[in-house]
Write a protein that binds this ligand. Sequence first.
Ligand code: PLP
Length: 395
Amino acid sequence: MGKFIYLDNAATTKTDPKVVEAMLPYFTENYGNPSSVYSFAAANKEVESEQREIIAKSLGAKTNEIYFTAGGSESDNWALKATVEAYADKGNHIITTKIEHHAILHTAQYLESKGIQVTYLDVDENGLVDPEAVRAAIRPETILISVMFANNEIGTIEPIKEIGAIAKENGILFHTDAVQAYMHVPIDVEELHIDMLSASAHKFNGPKGIGFLYIRKGVKIRSFIHGGAQERKRRAGTENVPGIVGMGTAAKLAYATLDERAKYESELRDYLIDRVLKEIPYTRLNGDRVKRLPNNANFSFRFIEGESLLIMLDMKGICTSSGSACTSGSLDPSHVLLAIGLPHEIAHGSLRVSLSEETTKEDIDYLVDELKKIVARIREMSPLYEDFLKKEKVK
Ligand SMILES: *Cc1c(COP(=O)(O)O)cnc(C)c1O
């Protein structure tokens, strides 16, 4: 078999075999509906509550503040739509940013079509939101601030604590899409003044299709899926017991290794960044050099078209992405790269590399060695690059 190196962990991660093992009995043996009365099924209610507790603890939250959903997109949709509905008497303005995941951006645009006012904050050249810009955007009718914890394309970690404090000072709810950050950086909802937080299991070695929304006690939020009385009447539907067990198991495993993983991955990330910037000319790093996810690196190569880069890396057995899995296939450059001020042609030549605890230094060396050759080959075929070289010579 040829080489296979998976470096797209921001798109999804491998489900840990220990997680799969923990889930299996809930398909074929303990398959009862947790809402049933007999003990065979009711035991699953207990199991569910144990998983809820693991997750609550990992955030400094209370068990009854964790609501299971079908993933990050649902949690984001719920947080925005149901808040807008529940706080309609207080106001109709929400504040978010230009670099959010589409689960937030497209929900915000949908809400605009229903008459909600939305402010989309700019970010600086590293993708950072200025907390003072958040403060300046607040109006008397502002009901919600939603700023992502860490960006899924460029890895920048936002000043969540400062923004949370501003929200709290002004009596405004604060939601954060922490899908990329949860279990990759430590999070404490008390310390950071977070009222709602979205997360998704498949971004931390859990199964796909399960996630949660943390909702601080006292936050008035409507139910999002109407039906039965599950999730304290806020999210109907028979619980995804295997998924819940999978997410809880993944959270327990990931929480125990968070610090050591973050240290290992960030050292490898820095090695990758240093090698690429040093060895491949006309290249820039996107996102903040320091305030960034341990496992994320994002580069722009001038005179390169990202799609061909991905295909040529794929031929070498390397899985990477040009930005976000959700926008690949579309020819529009990433909204995140445009928001940090990259011109279209440079935004097009971008590459996201996202590591895992299984990534090795050998993997990174192989990637950089191949990348150097591929970038050189694509540039050789580029008339723009040829022109550029001629002009450089004249100087
Ligand atoms: C992956 C991701 C989502 C969507 O989560 P799903 O579980 O795939 O629906 C939302 N926000 C961010 C930042 C993500 O990275």
